[in-house]
Design a protein around this ligand. Structure first.
Ligand code: HEM
Length: 563
């Protein structure tokens, strides 16, 4: 009886607290003056996320009469991928989503989006939201303010033209081997495009970022002395277990009776930490002997940190601690792995669904590379700037199928003024601003009436120079705030050039002499096969970190050589 009373009073207290918070947030939202949607939950509420993932509750809510479930249209993770710009078309360039925990201002106005992403001190990256990613130590993605400036200054310059050259070489080599493995199963095709592009992206990062080169085909590598698993396998397990690592306490993973999966994650985490510590000791000794020849993210991180320490009396404020170096090694791997791998995999699916764009890309690649050369190497500096169609394909993937569909910021402890669609608004302290990338990327006012159509050629324009040379066209420069797959402003993605170089190199290796198509099901026409691929790409959702196709293994892709 007492238990029942305690339980029902707790539920009642929770309901009252929720209603009071909702009312208080609603009154605050009224003062902003933007259209309002009231939701009983926040899209970031973990219990809500678990509920709609476990039960088919969303369609039910959305079919309620009198628009009672309208809130559920914009309170699940990745909702704007499904909605595109439609909710903004109804409500305007911005609206406030009122929830019991926080007010979220969703923005699809290009000028306002640009301002929010540029003014990092007024619109702060919510560091608390990213804390779970500080698994190995604080890093550029999890810190704010002066700390962020220090991390950024010491890590981002590692991504220079030298890195781009190594990324280019490594991506060409890996993609050539990946293609070779696909050609070996040409009749049945492969269902593992996503897994294989993930291996490729990981190998490019370990090779170009950390100087550890792997051959594409070799799965498990023999671990060096003192290790039970290879660096690659330890890193892969860690990257694929981010959600576990950031939610399950480490001590639970070490119990004798813990599930094997948890113990495997624990082992990989320890091994990865050990590898990083060894790399650090090795790199420091090379620096002190002044004998290091290699130049990669790790060397740059350690050097920059050592130099900063030497040149400052306030040591701890200038360099990076060992934990911070580990934290950054991890985050650069994480941030650069899934995003790039997904973009390449989605691109392959889309090109298989639209073979006319394969021919378009191949035409450019064959103009740039010598017909006779069997495996196109080509120097990065000469080839990359000419491969504009390849880059256009990437931009068009990111416009409609980018890894991020929104970018969160918060006004912190002070109110902030924001000009939206010709009017001034005061965004109160403690409000989240969500830059709605998917709505901005699909808005017909910026992208034309065919904004939802995947059409890479929209990225190219003829200029007098390009017409005179009879060569390919120039890439357009989108209006500020209309294309933000890498964000913008001071916290713009530091790996965007790496991702571009990697993507273009992969296109070169795959499409110069080969084409991809879906393996048709029994009785399926070629058009229906392509439609099936488009459906698979459109059925994407937000995983822990990025947008991903939910069922990429539902289609097998077949590669063939063309002359
Ligand atoms: C197509 C590929 C990629 C996409 C779409 C992408 C997208 C983004 C976006 C949107 C952000 C900003 C997030 C925010 O401010 O809330 C970001 C940040 C970041 N990205 Fe990327 N990224 C890609 C590839 C890479 C690569 C290859 C690397 C590293 C090698 C990388 C490293 C990072 C890091 C470290 C940050 C945090 C920067 C900071 O907070 O100052 N990304 N990325």
């Amino acid at each position: 009886m007492t238990v029942l009373v305690v339980l029902s009073s707790s539920v009642l207290a929770w309901v009252i607290w929720t209603l009071i918070s909702l009312l208080s947030n609603y009154l605050t939202a009224r003062r902003i003056g933007l259209p309002i949607i009231i939701s009983p939950v926040s899209s970031l509420n973990p219990y809500w996320i678990l509920t709609y993932r476990a039960l088919p509750i969303l369609p039910l809510l959305q079919s309620l009469p009198f628009n009672l479930g309208k809130w559920s249209r914009c309170t699940y993770m990745g909702w704007s991928f499904d909605d595109k710009y439609l909710l903004h078309k109804e409500l305007g360039s911005a609206f406030t989503l009122v929830t019991p925990s926080v007010n979220e201002v969703w923005i699809a106005d290009s000028d306002a989006a640009y301002v929010v992403l540029s003014r990092r001190k007024d619109y702060i990256k919510p560091a608390k939201m990213y804390q779970p990613l500080a698994i190995f130590g604080p890093n550029v993605n999890t810190v704010e303010g002066d700390d962020w400036q220090r991390h950024r200054k010491l890590t981002a310059p590692s991504f220079n033209e030298k890195t781009s050259t190594s990324v280019w070489d490594e991506a060409l080599r890996q993609a050539g081997d990946m293609l070779h493995s696909w050609m070996e199963r040409s009749t049945n095709g492969t269902r593992d495009t996503v897994a294989h592009t993930a291996t490729l992206a990981l190998h490019v990062l370990t090779g170009a970022g950390f100087g550890i080169s792997y051959s594409y085909g070799k799965g498990v590598q023999t671990p060096p002395e003192g290790h039970d698993i290879s660096y690659r396998d330890a890193l892969l397990t860690v990257l694929q277990s981010v959600v576990l690592l950031s939610t399950v306490p480490r001590s639970w993973m070490t119990f004798r009776f813990s599930p094997a999966k948890l113990r495997k994650v624990d082992q990989a985490t320890k091994e990865f930490q050990l590898y990083m510590a060894e790399m650090l000791i090795n790199e420091r000794s090379q620096i002190h002997k002044r004998s290091s020849q290699s130049r990669n993210l790790l060397t740059a991180l350690v050097r920059a940190s050592e130099e900063a320490k030497e040149s400052s009396h306030e040591i701890s404020h200038q360099g990076l601690t060992d934990d911070e170096i580990f934290g950054n090694i991890f985050i650069y791997n994480l941030a650069g792995y899934e995003t790039t791998a997904n973009t390449i995999a989605t691109g392959i699916f889309l090109l298989a669904a639209y073979p006319e764009w394969q021919e378009w890309v191949a035409e450019e690649i064959n103009l740039v590379f010598d017909e006779e050369e069997d495996s196109p190497g080509g120097r990065y500096e000469e080839a990359f700037p000419k491969l504009r169609r390849c880059l256009a394909v990437m931009f068009e993937i990111l416009r409609l199928h980018g890894s991020n569909v929104y970018i969160p910021r918060t006004t912190g402890s002070v109110d902030s003024a924001l000009h939206i669609n010709g009017k001034n608004y005061i965004i109160p302290s403690g409000t989240f601003t969500m830059t709605n990338l998917q709505a901005l990327h699909t808005d017909p006012r910026s992208w034309g009436l065919d904004s939802l159509v995947w059409r890479p050629s929209r990225w190219l324009v003829s200029t007098p120079d390009t017409v005179a040379s009879g060569y390919t066209k120039e890439l357009i420069e989108p209006i500020k705030g209309t294309f933000l797959p890498w964000a913008d402003g001071p916290r713009v993605c530091p790996g965007r050039k790496v991702a571009q170089v990697e993507f273009v190199a992969v296109m070169v290796a795959l499409f110069r002499k080969h084409r991809v198509q879906p393996v048709l099901m029994e009785g399926e026409s070629a058009d229906a096969g392509k439609e099936r691929l488009r459906d698979i790409v459109n059925d994407s959702g937000l995983s822990a970190v990025t947008m991903q196709m939910r069922c990429p293994r539902a289609a097998a892709l077949m590669w063939r050589r063309v002359e």
